[in-house]
Structure formats: C-alpha cells, structure tokens
Design a protein around this ligand. Structure first.
Ligand code: BTN
Length: 253
C-alpha cells in the first residue's frame, strides 16, 4: 500500500497533477485550490489532503472528510468556451464512475453528479466555475470527495446512509493507485469535451436517475415529474404537469 504524499502524487506524471499541494490536514481543498487559481495557478494544479476539517459539499452543506478518504480539488482551465463549462460536471461524474466500476464497485450516477452504490452515496463531485475575475479567463475548481478506506459508520451520519470502498470491497484500496486511475479517467473525459454526445451517452448508460419519477428542489422551489433525459447541453429534462423544465442545478429525491 502506498500512502499519499506530494512526491508520490507528482511521480504519477499526470497532466492533472502538474503542480501538487499535499496536506496532512486542511480546512477545505476546494477553498485552497480556488485561492491558488485566483493567484494564477495553472491547469492541472491539484490539492489533496488526508483530512478536511471544513469540507464543503454542494448547496452549502458540509462534507465530512475523515482519514482514509480521497479528498481533492483540481484547478482546470479548459479550452472550451465558458458557456460550455457545465459539461465538466457530467464529464467528471463519468470519469469517477468508470474508475469505481473498474475497481468492481457498480457505481451509478445520480443527477447532477452524485455517485451511488446500491442507493448509497460513495462520492460527491463539486464543479465550481469562476468567470471573469482576472485576465486569464475562467477557471473551474473540480472537487472530488471519495469515501475510500474507512467505514460508513465513521461518518456518523444520522440522516442518510453512505457507502465506502472498504464497505463495498471488504478491503482497503491503495490510495495512490486509486488517484492514478481517477486522474487518468478524468483526463480522458476532459480531453473529449468537444465530443460531449459521447460523454452524455456514457452518463446515460450509468445513471440511476433517468426514467424515474422524481422531486427536484432548487432555489426553494419543488418540481415533480419524470426525469426524461439530458438535453445536448447536459441539463436534466424534467417533464411535469405544468410543463417541461431544463435544469442544470438542483437536488433530487
Ligand atoms: C457533494 O455535495 O456531493 C459534493 C462534495 C464534494 C466534496 C469534495 S471533498 C474535496 C473537495 N473539498 C471540499 O471542501 N469539497 C470537495
């Protein structure tokens, strides 16, 4: 088993780990990566920490990040125009899902980009686009929180159940190998953003959301209907009694 450290991560020679910061403990890798990006950090700057004490989830939630997880944030400066930045969300979810499936964990993607195993969340993806706050164009901070070498009970969640790689595989995984595989898959997906149809086809083949009757909360509003498909831009097409909605953000039940 190789523990994670800066030298080992750098030795992976991934284009997504051109510049690496590694912490024993940090508030949030997401905030650190954003800080670095604002100071001009290049595409492929990677921040990893063994523990996060102020991990951030979607919709302002906190993200519990004990030792044994893979907690990382990437600075991305994609070559595609900013109006297509939302593509990164599906591309990243597909990259993570492929990584988990290659390990033998049948992960499914829950819209917009949660990774579930048997209905339990194993990984969260947070893609935050920041546009026009400097002359270098827009950038994206892609945060990935993957429950790996600990048990779901370590998260002490009371409101929902989670999964971890340990609980699914009955063993610990090598975090360096896991990160290597993840960076390869992410790089492959991010490298084909121009072929977004293909990313969407993979997304559709691995989702547990489409074809289901769902309730979506967004901006304090609740919409209920059938999750019919993704549109060519990656928005969820929700067919409700009051019409068809195309959603980029929200929380599904
Ligand atoms: C979600 O709510 O599903 C997204 C969770 C994203 C968590 C990751 S862990 C690494 C990075 N740092 C953070 O503070 N958040 C993201």
């Amino acid at each position: 088993m190789s523990a994670l450290d800066r030298e080992r991560i750098t030795s992976l020679e991934s284009p997504l780990a051109r510049k690496v910061e590694f912490y024993e403990e940090i508030g949030s890798t997401q905030e650190r990566a954003r800080e670095l990006a604002r100071k001009g950090a290049p595409h492929g700057t990677l921040v990893v920490s063994k523990i996060q004490v102020g991990g951030k989830g979607r919709l302002g939630r906190s993200w519990i990040s004990p030792p044994g997880g893979l907690w990382m944030s990437l600075v991305l400066r994609p070559e595609i125009p900013a109006r297509y930045a939302a593509r990164i969300t599906q591309a990243a979810a597909v990259g993570v899902a492929k990584t988990l499936r290659n390990l033998g964990v049948e992960a499914e993607i829950k819209w917009p980009n949660d990774l579930l195993v048997r209905g339990r969340k194993i990984c969260g993806v947070l893609a935050q686009a920041i546009v026009g706050d400097n002359k270098q164009g827009y950038f994206i901070i892609l945060g990935i929180g993957l429950n790996a070498n600990f048990m779901p009970s370590d998260l002490e969640l009371t409101d929902r159940e989670a999964a971890t790689l340990s609980s699914e595989l009955g063993r610990e995984v090598d975090l360096l190998e896991l990160l290597d595989a993840l960076l390869r898959n992410l790089d492959a997906e991010l490298g084909r953003l121009d072929d977004f149809d293909e990313i969407l086809a993979d997304w559709r083949s691995m989702t547990c959301t489409l074809g289901r009757h769902v309730r979506v909360r967004r901006f304090g509003q609740v919409l209920e209907g059938e999750a019919a498909d993704l549109n060519p831009d990656g928005a969820l097409i929700l067919k409700t009694q009051s019409g068809v909605f195309e959603l980029f953000e929200g929380e599904i039940e």
